[in-house]
Design a protein around this ligand. Structure first.
Ligand SMILES: Cc1cc2nc3c(=O)[nH]c(=O)nc-3n(C[C@H](O)[C@H](O)[C@H](O)COP(=O)(O)OP(=O)(O)OC[C@H]3O[C@@H](n4cnc5c(N)ncnc54)[C@H](O)[C@@H]3O)c2cc1C
Length: 303
């Protein structure tokens, strides 16, 4: 059911980012409406749902286990012939059409639904201020910029090991700070630091990573979370108490850009995520129709 990024086209009507309950529900509705869309996700869809020991509030399935429900969701989209493309979006450039950037590819979509869940933990001190000036979320994307330089990679999961190994071929020094237990396949040139990062400092660009008991002198710091903070994914997106600000149509502050699920704020519940995903898809379809019927010289707005 998973497809790799080589199958991606250069342009879609709709891109759905995230394969948790919100993204899957959005995809199902886009499929039923027969739209040209792509569903982008991670290798393991919704680690959160799989961790729920027992779900008591999913209508019609009392006391179902989180993992069983997750499998049912995935079976449902498979049965509808909806592939999930393994593609982590690291940046979105304004549109429409929007440009979605990932590790090895970028492509366009007229409308987007962000269904990326919520990221664990707060932003690191200095992270937002130095973003794009040494702070990044995809080491391999920026690799060549750090030739013969020193970088630190903070990773919440094993995916970071591939990035660190790649950077070891380019950089003069790579520090690796894992925020998880089991390290699988790290290049011996990468130096592991089992500490928690306190802050990133630098005047115009990154100069140092503070690990408390130790200061690392580095040119770049990459932070690899399961989910990127939404405001870092799309620059200028209006937020409200760390959640993406949406109205009842799931419209964000940008035309053609919708958000659904945990990323729009509390309550963090499956039924809300799935409901919002479906609604966002239907609104995105309306928006696409309005683009088609609009006078090409007119500015389109459904706000
Ligand atoms: C232990 C636990 C128990 C829970 N129990 C319940 C319960 O009993 N009842 C209930 O209603 N809710 C429960 N929840 C909450 C529920 O799991 C969430 O509300 C729900 O999973 C949110 O769905 P979502 O689609 O918004 O996000 P998620 O399920 O977090 O899915 C987001 C997906 O997007 C992917 N993604 C993120 N960023 C990107 C990117 N940049 N590019 C591509 N893909 C990306 C992620 O890898 C992930 O697969 C529980 C949560 C936990 C942690």
């Amino acid at each position: 059911m998973s497809e790799d990024l080589h199958t991606l086209k250069d342009h879609y009507e709709l891109a759905i980012i995230g394969c948790g309950p919100a993204g899957l529900s959005a995809a199902l509705n886009a499929k039923i409406r027969n739209r040209d869309f792509v569903l982008l996700g991670s290798e393991f869809c919704s680690p959160k749902l799989s961790k729920a020991p027992q779900v008591d509030n999913w209508l019609g399935f009392p006391e179902i286990g989180g993992e069983e429900l997750r499998q049912r969701f995935l079976d449902h989209v498979k049965e509808k012939d909806i592939p999930i493309t393994l593609f982590k979006v690291t940046n979105i450039y304004p549109g429409p059409p929007y440009t979605l950037i990932g590790k090895e590819k970028s492509f366009e979509a007229d409308t987007i639904i962000i269904a990326t869940g919520v990221s664990a933990g707060k932003l690191l001190s200095g992270e937002a201020e130095l973003l794009g000036r040494g702070v990044g979320y995809c080491a391999t994307c920026d690799g060549p910029l750090y030739k013969d330089k020193k970088v630190a990679i903070i990773s919440y999961n094993q995916e970071g090991e591939d990035e660190a190994n790649y950077m070891a071929n380019i950089c003069s020094k790579v520090y690796y700070i894992p925020y998880y237990c089991e390290i699988l396949k790290l290049d011996p040139r990468v130096e592991i630091k089992k500490s928690k990062a306190k802050k990133i400092t630098g005047d115009q660009k990154v100069e140092q990573l503070d690990l408390g008991e130790e200061q690392l002198i580095v040119d770049g710091v990459f932070i690899l979370r399961d989910t990127l903070p939404a405001e870092q994914l799309v620059s200028g997106l209006e937020m409200e108490e760390a959640a993406i600000k949406v109205n009842h149509k799931l419209e964000t502050s940008m035309p053609g850009l919708y958000a659904a699920g945990d990323c729009t704020g509390q309550p963090y519940q499956l039924i809300k995520a799935a409901g919002e995903g479906g609604t966002a898809a239907l609104q995105a379809v309306k928006y696409l129709d309005s683009l088609k019927s609009a006078d090409p010289d007119e500015v389109v707005s459904i706000h």
